[in-house]
Design a protein. Structure first.
Length: 142
């Protein structure tokens, strides 16, 4: 039933608590991944190999689009939960900068978390130079 004057789709998450539970389930899912390694003797063993935390991965896991997740951050009651989730994803990427996986992490931080890559040029350097200008007549027909 549509109420006149009230529009939009129904909310995907009925409460902040429901959203927070799904966000935590995503972290648990990421943290639970393991890999099988083989030592020099041929013995197989399992080691932790967590999935990276990403906003797109979170959205997929909880059953909505990335845009929907971003739109929820504009609702006052969901703002803190979404911002904490975004921050956790950002921290994960930032830590990757120190683990040797810096290209993908840098791309993610710049494109998804507002980081900037900039170079500074000092134009106030003390330069003592002489410039000589020589005018030569043109030999071409103008």
């Amino acid at each position: 039933m549509t109420v006149p004057g009230i529009g939009g789709r129904p909310l995907t998450f009925k409460s902040v608590e429901e959203l927070e539970e799904k966000i935590q389930a995503y972290y648990d899912y990421c943290d639970s991944r393991t890999a099988i390694k083989i030592d020099k003797y041929g013995n197989r063993f399992e080691v932790p190999w967590p999935r990276p935390y990403t906003i797109s991965g979170l959205a997929l896991f909880i059953g909505c689009s990335r845009a929907t997740l971003v739109n929820y951050s504009y609702k006052d009651e969901y703002f803190d939960a979404i911002m904490r989730a975004r921050q956790k994803c950002e921290v994960f990427s930032e830590e990757q900068l120190f683990d040797g996986n810096d290209r993908g992490a840098k791309f993610n931080l710049i494109n998804n978390h507002g980081w900037r890559d900039r170079q500074e040029v000092d134009l106030a350097a003390d330069v003592d130079a002489q410039i000589n200008v020589k005018f030569v007549p043109s030999t071409e027909d103008d």
